[in-house]
Design a protein around this ligand. Sequence first.
Ligand code: NAD
Ligand code: IPM
Ligand code: MN
Length: 362
Amino acid sequence: MQARIVVLPGDGVGPEVTREAVACLRAVAEGFGHTFTFQDCLIGGAAVDACGDPLPEATLMACKAADAVLLGAVGGPAWDKHPRAQRPESGLLRLRQGLGLFANLRPVSVHPALEDASPVKAEVVRGTDMMIVRELSGGLYFGEPRSYSPERALNTLPYDRPEILRVARVAFDLARNRRQKLVSVDKANVLETSRLWREVVTELGAEYPEVALTHAYVDSFAMSIIARPRDFDVVLTENLFGDILSDEAAVLAGSLGLLPSASLGGTVGLYEPIHGSAPDIAGQDKANPVGTILSAAMLLRHALGLKAEAEALEAAVDRTLHEGHGTSDLQGAKHAHGTASLGATIRKALVAKKVLDVILPS
Ligand code: NAD
Ligand code: IPM
Ligand code: MN
């Protein structure tokens, strides 16, 4: 198949991790006989520096015309004092909204080889496998009115019924095909928005009798996700809660650098690791590329419908981690790598797997 992929390296470690993921996609294309073309575009601080806009019109146009978009990360101290419209993060938020991406899928699982990489006990994290579904284009991030002055600032947390319904439907559909459990996380004991959220999710639950729906308050859920992570299957929540809970859940996996995401809902999907530009390690070949490489696997599956190819790339990552390869963020990795060399090791595993598949077809 032919596919056009727009690559948005962004800032900090973004270019380092997207380089490895693109190389993996090229290896997949070669191994499976596909033609992928890659077009790099500017976003974030890099775009602010180049043309004064964190999401240039040309970038948005290219993304809209692509089959999928792969993004590294945006932001960094160089732009932290800029007014909101000139901040790198505004570019990413405008891109998500511009592409109509309301459902952000953030899978969190614990690789057997990394059970000791988490500061949480191995017997607690073992077997964790959840899918966080984060609402991505509403809530506090976009709510109006909003304002800032040195004396008073205001943000607003609106959600309307259709916005809740469409993301909840995504979560129920996922739950139906997983372990049939869905927990919806809110703050309905305090917030009107959450009260509506809970009502709408409960009503929709009637259409999914096979899915066991529960509700949790975000404060106690933040504890439960660490105390008994195995209990959760699909987790549905609003934009800001999902942002916070997914970084927290990364502690279970062993590193923030491991977790991928897919943002869906519009005609073109956006695939990016959940981590940021990691200014503290940028430019040092230290960033873990696995989150971005697994995002590329999600791209193969969701954007291009290439299931076997996605599984092959995931299997290559699995095998690489299983053999003890890792970057320095992974506690206890037997074989220490930089970003580029871990990417190359994953590609070697991919090629080896392909050869085995030919010799020993299943
Ligand atoms: P961060 O996610 O960049 O980093 C948090 C910590 O995790 C740091 O210690 C970092 O070194 C580590 N880390 C992150 N990614 C890693 C990787 N791949 N491998 C190894 N270690 C990794 O969060 P932050 O420091 O709070 O934010 C830095 C900048 O990134 C800010 O400007 C923020 O707005 C931006 N940000 C962007 C995105 C995005 O583009 N999607 C996401 C989060 C934060
Ligand atoms: C993420 C990031 C973004 C968010 C920022 C950079 C706008 O933290 O993708 O998780 O808050 O959504
Ligand atoms: Mn975040």
